[in-house]
Design a protein around this ligand. Sequence first.
Ligand SMILES: [Zn+2]
Ligand SMILES: [Zn+2]
Length: 358
Amino acid sequence: MTEVFTIRCKGCGASLVYEAGSEKLKCPYCNSEQEIPATYDGIEEIDLESALNAEQMAKESIAEHTVLSCRSCGAQIAYGKVRAKCDFCGSESISEATLQTQSIRPQGVLPFSLNVQTAQELLQQWMKSLWFAPSDLTRRTRVEDLRGVYLPTWTFDAQVQARWSAIPGYYRTRTERYYDQAARSWQTRSVTYTEWGSPVSGYHQDFFDDVLVSGLRSLPNRYLEDIGEFPTTTDLRKYDPAFFLGWDVALPDKPLTEAWQEGYQRIHDMTAEACKRAIPGDTYKDFKMQLRLSGLTTKLIYVPIYIVAYRYRGKPYRVVIHGRSGVVSGDRPISWVKVGITVALILAGIGVLIFLTS
Ligand SMILES: [Zn+2]
Ligand SMILES: [Zn+2]
């Protein structure tokens, strides 16, 4: 496939690649280096309402980009090297396509700092920890298939004001008399019950900075949530395609309207959790919350992940590694045969134990 954007090595003319953990491009042949003049300045937050209504986000033409397109999950991956499988679903049904659309111009990029060797070691460790995985899983998940991909991600900022009310409950115990049929006598026992208090209410305000939502339909947001925070508020660089050289880049296919529905839900849920923590007592009922959002902004950025996708019995499974912290999260197919054998062994162990102690 043709690489569109290239920076040549001044020494030997080969294509330079971005080296994870540095702010530099490196020549894979003669090891000469070149700085990326990366800055933090000029990363713009875009007013959400105008972005949603008027689609007023700056776009860039990617008409000449050659991309790999997956017929199974729809992911489109640019800049990468030729491969046999889709990064995101493991399907082999991929083809080269020339993209004829315009894409929203990203504001920022969070560069990789974890190199591929370290990521492969982390994947290997993770696979060793899978007790109940089918035996042929290690054969299917090859560490060489791990790809470093820049994932398009929507960010949302919001000032949040919430009024809430609830009825707090307090756990109490009382001693109760009851007639024991077996013993044919009156006995006492302690019973736990909830005493409901009078309604309480409160006010909570907060500022959310960079709530992240995956910009790719093929990769549900839970994978992003599982590998933890991306330091976008401190380490984000202004968009520069130099950071993409030698890496895969997934093109965004989740529209802002759809991403905002998910973003709103996350902000709503996190605010509700914070309000609920302020309710006195042991439990509560009739929780109500009125949420007011202001100062809403958005932007499209790219965050670094390593991913390996494989198919097991027709279903896609993925392992995702944070491209900076190395946190691993993945789907674990379970071998019920192995679970069965283990349970049988545990039961047998208990049997032996009972036999020995009796
Ligand atoms: Zn060179
Ligand atoms: Zn796919």
